[in-house]
Design a protein around this ligand. Structure first.
Ligand SMILES: Nc1ncnc2c1ncn2[C@@H]1O[C@H](COP(=O)(O)OP(=O)(O)OP(=O)(O)O)[C@@H](O)[C@H]1O
Length: 333
């Protein structure tokens, strides 16, 4: 397979703090890869080392089959869109987008042609003569993306590009970004905190934690088959439910299940309702089971304090925190 980016045993520390710890990653050409991870886990550092604003301590960064580890940022042919857009406030939209081409010594008429074409693509062609300070958050974000696109880079890195935009606009911007990426067959590495966003736009999601990628796969894979209890806990609107396996015949193991995997017609375990969350027409029933909190989705509105019996349609078995077995996977499609 042709990889647009390969990271081999990449290490990066700040003082005694190891941020990237022998990290390995392969990103095929044309993929939309989302990086998810808790705050302070090194997501931005990862992007900054790929683009070359930060040096790595050891390892290799390979772009399009070429080792770029020791090359400066302007010789890597990678574009990055920053969270705060990093636009030049004293320049108009045209000059902002044109800037990388001007720096690269591209002739004037070619610059005009490229800037106008990218601006049309991003529907900001009517704004070219306006100052960037007059634009809305969504428009500024498009200018930042246009400036990244105009150089026709090998690889795009986007660091939470939609986080400053309100929820509605963010939803449509996200769809447009995905359409653009697929249409132009670009390779995107996109950092976000937002799991709904990740599940919506990513071809694959990489979960970064403790300096390594804990798991990489489609969002559904991460949700349904987390390789360890940490990923199960991190992925999802609710953390995965974990209970002691002995009750169900899995001594010294932990059983993990999602809120929708509960079978209310079965009676394997008895739980006590502690809280009820309502979301549209579903109830999320929070319960206590042997000192553990668990949540399941139900059409029934129970009352706090009710003692009810439930079973599991499917579940995952974890041994020392690592996924060992999936029981009745076919019960949930
Ligand atoms: N220039 C720096 N000097 C020293 N430490 C740094 C530097 N940049 C980042 N760090 C530290 O490295 C760790 C990772 O930071 P980074 O910004 O990459 O995390 P992040 O996952 O992007 O976080 P967030 O989601 O909060 O933006 C943090 O502990 C941070 O304090």
């Amino acid at each position: 397979m042709e990889y647009k980016l390969e990271l081999v045993d990449v290490c990066k520390s700040y003082g005694s703090k190891k941020v990237l710890d022998n990290l390995n990653l392969k990103v095929p050409a044309g993929e939309f890869l989302v990086i998810l991870g808790p705050s302070g886990t090194g997501k931005s550092t990862l992007l900054r080392t790929i683009v070359g604003i930060e040096d790595i301590d050891s390892g290799k960064i390979i772009v399009n089959g070429e080792d770029v580890t020791r090359r400066p940022p302007n010789k890597r042919n990678i574009s990055m869109v920053f969270q705060n857009y990093a636009l030049y406030p004293n320049m108009n939209v045209f000059k902002n987008i044109a800037f990388p081409l001007k720096m690269a010594g591209v002739p004037r008429d070619k610059i005009r042609e490229k800037v106008e074409s990218v601006a049309r693509l991003l529907k900001i062609d009517a704004e070219l003569n306006n100052r960037v300070t007059r634009l809305s958050g969504g428009q500024k974000q498009r200018v930042a993306i246009a400036r990244a696109l105009v150089r026709d880079p090998q690889l795009f890195l986007l660091d939470e590009p939609l986080s400053n935009i309100d929820a509605r606009v963010r939803y449509t911007s996200r769809q447009e970004l995905k359409r653009l990426q697929k249409e132009l067959n670009y390779t995107f590495i996109y950092v976000t905190h937002d799991q709904a966003e990740a599940s919506n736009i990513a071809d694959r999601v990489a979960v970064l934690h403790n300096g390594i990628i804990e798991q990489i796969g489609t969002y559904e894979e991460l949700y349904n088959r987390p390789v360890n209890t940490w990923v199960g806990d991190f992925i999802g609107n609710f953390p995965m439910n974990f209970i002691d396996g002995s009750e169900l015949g899995y001594n010294e193991k932990i059983i993990g299940f999602r809120p929708t995997w509960v079978n209310e017609d079965s009676n394997d375990i008895e739980v006590e309702v502690s809280l009820i969350d309502i979301e549209e027409s579903n109830y999320f029933i929070h319960c206590i089971y042997k000192d553990r909190n668990i949540v399941f989705q139900s059409r029934n509105k129970y009352n706090v304090g009710d003692r009810i019996k439930i079973g599991l349609k499917r579940f995952n078995v974890y041994d020392n925190g690592v996924l060992k077995e999936i029981i009745n996977e076919e019960a949930i499609n």
